[in-house]
Design a protein around this ligand. Sequence first.
Ligand code: PNS
Length: 166
Amino acid sequence: MPRHLAIYPGSFDPITVGHQDIVRRSLAFVDRLIIAVAHVRTQRKDALFTIPERVELIRQHYADEPRVMAMEFEGLLVDFARQQDARLIIRGLRAVSDFEYEFQMALMNHELWPEVETVFLPPAKEYSYLSASLVRQVSMLGGNVSGFVSPDIFDALSAKLAGRPA
Ligand code: PNS
């Protein structure tokens, strides 16, 4: 079976244990993985970390894993994938509610660049309800999110919410 460079795109504000689970499982069938933090759509009013901060948090988290890189991209995902010569896009599919949007994106991306394929991975069942937006919301309102992010990300979140540099 040929081995691959894949792209795992998303907002990652912040990266959660659910994302990290998808990364871990992707590495079973890809050689290298670019975690790609998107500019588009992610600069929402409720954004917490800046895009460079998200990239840096991911880089630090995977500092000892040479197969994982973190990058940011602007514009179309397929253009970024083409630049990187990556023909595989990985997306986590948590619930049926994710399906329609993910299905549309996969078909559109394939239409835009027929050489690219999307692979959907289901979450581990304990993460099926988890999303970065809920983690942001719960943590901003003072809830404990230590079970949903790794300790390094938890520290960065706490520092961010306390107004200190991440
Ligand atoms: O974590 P998210 O917010 O669900 O990720 C969505 C993302 C970033 C993967 C998607 O919005 C995207 O690919 N944006 C880049 C712009 C693009 O290519 N749009 C057309 C997709 S069909």
